[in-house]
Ligand binder design. Structure first.
Ligand SMILES: [Cu+2]
Length: 380
């Protein structure tokens, strides 16, 4: 069987997973009897050839979602109801949660967050619902951010239907590691536990549930980005652009992108790919960029089942910091990087000498791109 095929249900039909995205609304009924359990993704073409910035309508119309009969691939029809879902990828992409900060008598900072795990259905493409397990009702969970050396207290409540944990990538005690059977271990249903540790090392990190079976707890949606800003006092002036207390950070346009995917047919292979959960969201809602200001992306790969994910930037090159724990780039002037699961890094680039327009970014695993993992920056 081709690896792209969906395993047949008992007595059922085999459907290549790309076909799930290529069957229009008329095919939804037939598909419903196979495995999706939700409407199939209807489709529509997008006239990428004609999307020069100067031609772009100023009315708010997005030329990428104009209906072109005859082009029936590459994107979904319609839009996800983000109000009903309770979170909007257009907001999430630049939302950094510094928690509730308290300055202690010795001048140090304590940051606290309330995080609850609970089950919630999310809409990962128009009409396609996924029974997620969430941190605070969103996938990915809130992007937790702190300055190096801050004391962090994450008050975690398990309001879900399975034991869960919060496992942070960072440096801390084994007791705080959030792994089944180690230290505090699983937080049972209805229990609360406070994870407490110091924010280090600086870099672009992540957190996720580490209850078993691990792949299920991660894939269901229990993950998020965790960012630690470098302290310029310890690491010098280069750190100032990454630290919000310093004016040098203000010109930067910062985004968080968590590369994820969803197995809607429970066959241990993904049908929908995205950054920040909703397929094609940033094609339909381009991310505005002020071309005079530099761009920084905190990029995390949490994709389950596929060994590698990737990020490719069109018409530009970036410096890459893997995983952001040094101030010198790991790679200079590249336009594509790859990440294994749990790998993450920081991308820095600029459009200051570019024409205005829509500039794509997407997985350079082309299949992932066609199944939802693509977007555009609207450089103005
Ligand atoms: Cu879990």
């Amino acid at each position: 069987m081709d690896q792209n095929d969906v395993k047949p249900e008992p007595g059922g039909v085999r459907i290549p997973r790309r076909a799930l995205l290529q069957i229009g609304a008329g095919g939804a009924g037939a598909l419903g009897s196979v495995a999706l359990g939700a409407a199939a993704l209807p489709l529509l073409g997008h006239p990428l050839g004609g999307t020069g910035g100067s031609a772009r309508a100023q009315t708010g119309d997005n030329p990428l979602v104009t209906n072109h009969p005859g082009h029936t691939e590459s994107m979904t029809v319609g839009d996800v109801d983000v109000a009903r879902m309770g979170f909007d990828p257009s907001v999430l992409v630049s939302a950094f949660d510094y928690g509730e900060a308290t300055t202690m008598a010795d001048g140090s900072t304590v940051r606290e967050w309330e995080i609850a795990a609970y089950d919630k259905e999310i809409e990962i493409a128009p009409g396609v619902f996924f029974p997620a397990w969430t941190y605070n009702g969103q996938v990915p969970g809130p992007t937790l951010r702190a300055n190096e050396g801050d004391r962090l207290r994450i008050h975690f409540t398990n309001a879900g239907t399975h034991p869960h944990t919060m496992h942070f990538h960072g440096i801390h005690s084994a007791f705080q590691d959030g792994v089944s059977g180690i230290g505090r271990g699983d937080i049972q249903i209805g229990e609360t536990f406070t994870y407490e540790f110091t924010a280090k090392p600086f870099g672009c990190h992540l957190y996720h549930c580490h209850s078993t079976p691990l792949k299920r707890h991660i894939h269901k949606g229990l993950y998020g980005a965790y960012i630690v800003n470098p302290d310029p006092e310890r690491h010098g002036d280069l750190a100032r652009t990454r630290h919000p207390d310093h004016a040098e950070s203000e010109e930067w346009q910062e985004f968080v992108m968590v590369m994820n995917a969803f197995d809607t047919t429970f066959d241990a292979a993904n049908e929908v790919y995205a950054v920040n959960s909703v397929a094609f969201h940033y094609m339909k809602h381009p991310i505005p960029i002020d071309r005079a200001r530099p761009v920084r992306i905190y990029l995390v790969n949490i994709t389950e089942f596929d060994l590698i994910n990737s990020f490719h930037l069109h018409a530009n090159f970036f410096d890459y910091y893997d995983p952001g724990t040094r101030l010198e780039p790991t790679l200079r002037s590249v336009d594509t990087i790859m990440q294994a699961q749990g790998q993450r890094g920081i991308l820095e680039f600029s459009y200051k000498d570019h024409d205005p327009g829509l500039y794509m970014f997407h997985a350079h695993v082309s299949e992932f791109a066609e199944l939802g993992w693509m977007g555009v920056f609207d450089v103005r």
